[in-house]
Design a protein around this ligand. Sequence first.
Ligand SMILES: NC(=O)C1=CN([C@@H]2O[C@H](COP(=O)(O)OP(=O)(O)OC[C@H]3O[C@@H](n4cnc5c(N)ncnc54)[C@H](OP(=O)(O)O)[C@@H]3O)[C@@H](O)[C@H]2O)C=CC1
Ligand SMILES: Nc1nc2c(ncn2[C@@H]2O[C@H](COP(=O)(O)O)[C@@H](O)[C@H]2O)c(=O)[nH]1
Length: 337
Amino acid sequence: MFVFMEVTAMQPTDVFDYEDIQLIPNKCVVKSRKEIDTSVQFGPRRFRIPVVPANMETIIDESLARWLAAHDYFYIMHRFNPETRLAFVQQMHRDGLYASISVGVKHAEFALIDALAAAQAVPEYITIDIAHGHAQVVMDMIGYIKDKLPGSFVIAGNVGTPQAVRDLENAGADATKVGIGPGKVCITKIKTGFGTGGWQLAALRWCAKAASKPVIADGGIRTHGDIAKSIRFGATMCMIGSLFAGHDETPGRAVERDGQKFKEYYGSASTYQKGSHHNVEGKKILIPAKGPIANTLTEMQEDLQSAVSYAGGRDLMGLRTVDYVIVKNSIFNGDQY
Ligand SMILES: NC(=O)C1=CN([C@@H]2O[C@H](COP(=O)(O)OP(=O)(O)OC[C@H]3O[C@@H](n4cnc5c(N)ncnc54)[C@H](OP(=O)(O)O)[C@@H]3O)[C@@H](O)[C@H]2O)C=CC1
Ligand SMILES: Nc1nc2c(ncn2[C@@H]2O[C@H](COP(=O)(O)O)[C@@H](O)[C@H]2O)c(=O)[nH]1
């Protein structure tokens, strides 16, 4: 009985997801959407939009990372070519670009931090990227990075509860990443029964209320309007995989089916990434080819500018206070996009 009461007290009050929310407009205060500033300060730098492509092997590679950095977008390089990370940081710095890498928590990852420190190659951003980020080993890694590379901005995740956000912040994380299982290629909820899939936006709101530092909303974003909703519910930055998959520059393998062009998009915990069948929590899908990523990034920015104008604001913070309604599954109203 006591345990039941405690669990009940931990639950968020409203449960909803992106598709269940519509934001309510305020009077427009700009003459043109072009006046609206969508930029965001995140750690030591300012970026054009509050969006980062997921740190997954089919979403980002070194070449795209370089392009994003050079064009003032945030990126996080994945950690699946572990031996290349020191050289990557050095090359980015040599070219006058910021470095943003991912690490895990196994023994060799602590050695990487030592190697970066020894070479005085201090990445501007380090993301600790594991499935279940509310873990002592993650807090140990945060402490280790803060000790050896105090100049790096540390993002830790993934988590799905306010307690996890507080624990990682107290361990020294500069930002936390929220989302357990809402991703398009995720099967965590099916395989384990756990996660924020189906109520990711409510989980974001729940976690962001507890946060004293920036939160990244990670997974489940299916439309550009979901970016505005993430900001409304407390995110500073949005991590997106599936919407970026399929572009010319995203590195998923190109395939053709019945004369149509697609690109592969697979989970970081899928058998395709891991090369093994143990603890698989991801799958592979095909995403239709989409053309240049720059077009999508521009469209995201324009849609965000429009969203802020509906909010009656001039910048992203205008979204934070808008009213909203919860209408279950209301977004497409039976229509196709
Ligand atoms: N956002 C999400 O919902 C999810 C994301 N992913 C992504 O998949 C990739 C691989 O993640 P991950 O398997 O954590 O990376 P790793 O293979 O590096 O595992 C992380 C470490 O944590 C241990 N661990 C203990 N419990 C868990 C658990 N429930 N899930 C995962 N590890 C656990 C692992 O040991 P051992 O392997 O021996 O158990 C290992 O030592 C990451 O990029 C991650 O972001 C994966 C699943 C969910
Ligand atoms: N449960 C799993 N989640 C995964 C896996 N690989 C990546 N991810 C997460 O998904 C988001 C991207 O979500 P999307 O809805 O925008 O496509 C990514 O950032 C990770 O957090 C996986 O194998 N299993």
